[in-house]
Design a binder for this molecule. Structure first.
Ligand SMILES: Cc1cc2nc3c(=O)[nH]c(=O)nc-3n(C[C@H](O)[C@H](O)[C@H](O)COP(=O)(O)OP(=O)(O)OC[C@H]3O[C@@H](n4cnc5c(N)ncnc54)[C@H](O)[C@@H]3O)c2cc1C
Length: 630
């Protein structure tokens, strides 16, 4: 696992604009563009449908930005044109980063009728989106359509001014705002006030500090819509916009639920390269968020071809797909949160029917961690990089049998690039980056791959255990944290909620799956907070988690020279049993069968470790044993 910054899209765009200006739009082919960018045509078509799209498909969906801009500018009594200004501010902030590049693109468009026509269609679509968003905020027609069209006219003129303004004193936002104010002046009105988005020049918003108000009364039903007395009240508040928080926010907003999402950096691009077994991905995810899918291999003490297909997600594509349109997004640090109340570092107190905590795992040295160092290499560097290696425990990394082991992980990022990582699966403490880097370089050299030193290096460090929350039923990562009868505080999701596999560190596919179940239940309108807890942690899943935690304890107790034998036993299991331990949460008996079957294949000294690791957890798993095994 690791992170990777794909730049194929940007390179293709730069190459296309260069060629369009050099040779003309008509004379430039997709093959020319791919060639100039140093990529293949296949890669081109993974990013763009045709050469025209290169000029019009930005890295972020402009319609999402417009919708978010309208929603985050909404305040009681605000004029429709002020909401339009907020939406346009957000788009300007997105587009004004590189004026020279925008100018070159505009030069190409201006020179071709077909492209000019496409540009006009794009502007018309933006006006439609704004009008729709205004209607969503209760602005009736014709005011919604008129305000949207007027806003787009101001945007168009402001854009043209910005393209020709070489003074450098005014950015795109200033020009568009100036045009909008001028437009209002023409009608004899006063200019639209500064919106919060203009103040911040981003799509984020900070709510104003208000006095604490009491939590909602009545039965703990999660109402999908809310009579909002002010901007600090919502049906659902989601804390954290990593994969877990963003997916649930996206799905809630899409279902029309009144949701506020809080993150210290809501717009920060995700960096890690997320991967999962293909059969773990929920059906609601479009295939476009998957970057590569391949058969995987493993090497413990012998080589294994794994039956399940492994996929690497397109991190950028996934984050974009999980758009936040329709949600109110707050950029702030959460100080503390309980079932209905959240305190932010700007003094704001948010209240909600439901608070979802998806703030990820805490950097806590007492928790078992996974660490890795990776490099991104051209796939053509060596034949071994043509294959996906889920785990390769061979000791050609300069270590001896007594050294704590680490394994090689190799996954294709796209047609041309591979992520190669030296990984410490779990440790308390885990191996450090210097040691992992040394091992990776030694291993690659042993396999004929010399690094130049210019490779992008990827760092991985995260806790595989959830932060301790004694007696909190939403984090059953060990028997000590199993249900204790206390009423839950927040609904915890993702790594925060113990939804990470404690023995492998995987959580993303499950987070996406659980997000859909939670969002559907909340949108239904009859769900209570405890229904949701049961949905995230059905009884079988709690038992499975307790069993998986035994796997973690075993791994942490294995002698260094026993780890490869342990995984040899695992990879010799039938696929259904491998899946039973890695993925299944519905059948504790299957998880147990997988572990028992594996223990039976281990040498006696390792079987003893596996069995004694299970002893402290037996009370919580006994019912499974009684019913299914005896
Ligand atoms: C480099 C790397 C690679 C990984 N690869 C994989 C993989 O291939 N497959 C897999 O399943 N898992 C992988 N993992 C493990 C794990 O699934 C990820 O860490 C995943 O990001 C967890 O998602 P999450 O949404 O639960 O938490 P996070 O992604 O950690 O998101 C938490 C969010 O909460 C915000 N936040 C935190 N504290 C506060 C606060 N006080 N106030 C406001 N906001 C706050 C953060 O800004 C962040 O946006 C990887 C982890 C790393 C680090």
């Amino acid at each position: 696992m690791g992170r990777w910054e794909p730049d194929a899209r940007g390179r293709l765009m730069a190459a296309a604009v260069e060629l369009f200006l050099e040779r003309g739009y008509d004379a430039t082919t997709v093959a020319d563009i791919a060639d100039r960018a140093g990529l293949t045509e296949r890669t081109f078509f993974r990013h763009y449908g045709d050469k025209r799209e290169v000029l019009f498909a930005g890295p972020v969906d402009v319609h999402d930005v417009l919708r978010t801009g309208v929603v985050t500018s909404t305040r009681p009594g605000v004029a429709p044109l002020t909401l339009v200004a907020g939406a346009l501010d957000a788009v300007c902030a997105l587009l004004q980063g590189d004026r020279e590049r925008s100018r070159r693109r505009q030069q190409v468009i201006d020179a071709h009728d077909v492209l000019r026509e496409r540009e006009l269609i794009k502007l018309a679509a933006m006006a439609d989106t704004i009008a729709q968003a205004l209607r969503g905020q209760g602005v009736a027609d014709p005011a919604a359509s008129l305000a949207a069209e007027a806003g787009l006219a101001a945007f168009k003129v402001g854009w043209e001014q910005w393209m020709t303004d070489d003074s450098g004193g005014r950015d795109l936002t200033d020009h568009v705002r100036g045009c909008l104010d001028g437009l209002v002046g023409l009608a004899g009105g006063s200019p639209a006030p500064q919106s919060p988005t203009q103040a911040q020049a981003t799509t984020k918003t900070r709510t104003q500090p208000v006095k604490d108000s009491p939590p909602p009364r009545g039965p703990p039903r999660v109402s999908p819509t809310h009579e909002r007395p002010d901007a600090t009240t919502a049906s659902v508040v989601v804390l954290g916009l990593g994969p877990a928080g963003r997916s649930v926010t996206h799905l809630l907003a899409r279902a029309g639920v009144d949701v506020v999402a809080v993150d210290t950096a809501p717009d920060r691009p995700w960096r890690p390269t997320y991967a999962a077994w293909h059969d773990e991905l929920p059906a609601w995810l479009p295939p476009t968020v998957v970057s590569t899918t391949s058969p995987a291999r493993a090497f413990a003490t012998s080589e294994h071809e794994l039956a399940r297909r492994y996929c690497v997600l397109d991190t950028v594509g996934l984050q974009q797909h999980l758009s936040l349109g329709g949600a109110r997004v707050v950029a702030a640090r959460v100080l503390d949160a309980d079932a209905h109340r959240v305190h932010l570092d700007d003094g704001t107190a948010l209240t909600a029917d439901l608070v979802v905590d998806a703030r990820g795992s805490r950097p806590d040295p007492t928790l078992a961690q996974q660490t890795a160092i990776g490099v991104v290499l051209p796939r053509s560097s060596a034949p071994m990089l043509e294959q996906t290696w889920f785990m390769d425990w061979r000791r050609d990394n300069g270590t001896g049998p007594g050294d704590p082991p680490s394994f090689l992980y190799v996954v294709p990022l796209d047609d041309e690039h591979v992520l190669v990582e030296e990984t410490c699966l779990v440790g308390r403490p885990a191996l450090g980056f210097d040691e992992l880097r040394r091992r990776l370089h030694t291993r690659l050299a042993a396999r004929g791959i010399r690094l130049t030193g210019d490779e992008r290096e990827e760092h991985v460090r995260f806790a595989v255990e959830a932060p301790a929350a004694p007696a909190d039923p939403t984090t059953p990562t060990s028997t000590a944290r199993m249900p204790g009868g206390r009423r839950p505080t927040t609904l915890r999701l993702g790594a925060r909620g113990g939804l990470m596999h404690p023995a492998t560190g995987y959580s993303v596919a499950l987070a996406l799956d659980v997000a859909e179940r939670v969002a559907t239940a909340v949108a239904d309108g009859t769900t209570t907070a405890s229904d949701l807890e049961a949905l995230v942690w059905p009884r079988p899943a709690r038992r499975v988690q307790a069993l998986r935690a035994i796997g973690l304890t075993t791994l942490l107790r294995l002698p260094a020279d026993g780890v490869a034998q342990f995984f040899e036993a695992f990879f010799r299991l039938p696929t259904a049993l491998q899946r039973g331990y890695l993925t299944d949460r519905d059948h504790p008996a299957l998880t147990l069968a997988s572990m028992a079957s594996m223990a039976a294949r281990l040498p006696p000294s390792l079987t003893k470790i596996a069995v004694t690791s299970a002893l402290p957890a037996l009370p919580s798993t006994a019912s499974v044993t009684r019913r299914r095994v005896r």
